[in-house]
Ligand binder design. Structure first.
Ligand code: PLP
Ligand code: TYF
Length: 397
């Protein structure tokens, strides 16, 4: 039966992680996978998380099955974070929220749900996008196509191309949008451009699926979630996948959520019942630990304040690394103007380096980025940045 199974390709990004692990170059630097490392090069364990875990250890609880849609206090914290505590959207009961296995799990439950509701819809993702968007929606049975996004010549967003693609999309088309901190390019559209997107989505009756994987890594928690308010104001149905992998540095706990904004409370109740069918037939119910930690932090005022501070520190450090990267590249002899790096936002930078240059960086210098030219700025620190810049300068010569 399995003799005809062909070897599937590795994940292009996670595969590089394995290659990095096996590299014996003592100066190696991993800028491939989207993970935040602190100034000492370590994966942080946030203080707010440690305090929540201590509180939980002091009052240990048995681990029964959670409800299918997860911890109620978690779901309401996600709803408040994404839509605004006390907002009409939340108070009206129009949002159905479930606890998911990371942002990926939120996208997958949402994709399975949409496949039930509108099986013939097409899915549009940005060109380029996080590779898993294409893979995940294809795996859920959809035809996935691209809308123009990155303009390499202009070094920014091809907004006209994007808007035209949306204007010509069939009603019901699912449009996957990066709510902030676009992965992989680092270029977001402006608030005015979001207004244009929202207007077209409304007029064309498209179904927006917002991927909110980096809330707090761009300009702030509220700022990065501002686009949600625009979609609420437009009053159409939409979905939001939330991830706490990065914002809580809880990658391995798989904490995320899916929220579906509906026309009424009654509709949200029915939508929730179908989301639960998707979950039950897939993994039954989510795990307890990560969700409990995040719910404790978000729902306890002093821990919440600590989290916001720790997240702000991560955001600020990334910005400092962008500024330093531009200065150090210049100091290392790079002639091109690299100041576009400080116009980008979030964890990533599309560096403009070619695949050949990225391969040379990896093979000759042990500096690992993605073949597309994407580097993870959040993995730079004051100890590795000089070496990274000198290596980039060499391959650009
Ligand atoms: N969406 C985007 C754009 C991402 O970059 C990631 C990164 O991992 C995810 C979703 C998935 O998040 P999670 O690790 O929480 O599944
Ligand atoms: O883009 C990234 O690097 C992160 C991490 O299959 C990631 O989003 C990469 C690939 C993948 C899952 C997560």
């Amino acid at each position: 039966l399995f003799s005809a199974v062909e070897k599937a390709p590795n994940d292009p990004i996670l595969g590089l992680n394995d290659q990095f692990g096996a590299d014996e170059n003592p100066r190696k630097v991993n800028l491939s996978v989207g993970v935040y490392y602190d100034e000492t090069g370590k994966l942080p364990l946030l203080e707010c998380v440690q305090r929540a875990e201590r509180q939980m250890a002091d009052a240990p609880k048995a681990r029964g099955y959670l409800p299918i849609d997860g911890i109620a206090a978690y779901d309401s914290a996600v709803k408040n974070l994404v839509f605004g505590a006390g907002s009409d959207a939340v108070n009206s009961g129009r949002v159905a929220t479930i606890q998911s296995l990371g942002g990926t799990g939120g996208l997958k439950v949402g994709a399975d749900f949409l496949k039930k509701v509108n099986p013939n819809a097409k899915v549009l993702i940005s060109d380029p996008s996080w590779e898993n968007h294409r893979a995940l929606f294809s795996q859920a049975g959809f035809t996935v196509e691209f809308y123009p996004y990155y303009d390499a010549v202009k070094r920014g967003v091809n907004i006209d191309g994007m808007l035209t693609a949306l204007e010509t999309a069939e009603p019901g088309t699912i449009v996957v949008l990066h709510a902030c901190c676009h992965n992989p390019t680092g270029y977001d559209i402006t608030s005015q451009q979001w207004d244009q997107v929202v207007a077209i989505v409304k007029e064309r009756k498209l179904v927006p699926f917002l991927d909110l994987a980096y809330q707090g890594f761009g300009n702030g928690i509220a700022e990065d979630g501002a686009v949600i308010q625009k979609f609420v104001a437009a009053a159409g149905d939409f979905l939001v996948a939330t991830s706490f992998s990065k914002s809580f540095s809880l990658y391995g706990e798989r904490v995320g959520g899916l929220s579906v904004f509906c026309a009424s409370k009654d509709e949200a109740d029915r939508v929730l019942s179908l989301l639960k069918v998707m979950i039950r037939t897939n993994y039954s119910n989510p795990p307890t630990h990560g969700g409990s930690v995040v719910a404790t932090v978000l729902n306890t005022p002093d821990l919440r304040a600590l989290w916001e501070q720790e997240l702000a520190n991560m955001r600020t450090r990334i910005r400092q690394m962008r500024t330093l990267l531009v200065a150090d590249l210049k100091a290392a002899g790079v002639k091109e103007d690299m100041s576009f790096i400080t116009q980008q936002i979030g964890m990533f930078s599309y560096s403009g380096l070619t695949k050949e240059q990225m391969v040379r960086l990896r093979n000759e210098f042990g500096v690992y980025g993605v073949d597309s030219g994407r580097i993870c700025v959040a993995a730079l620190n004051t100890k590795n940045i000089d070496y990274v810049c000198q290596s980039i300068a060499r391959v650009l010569q």
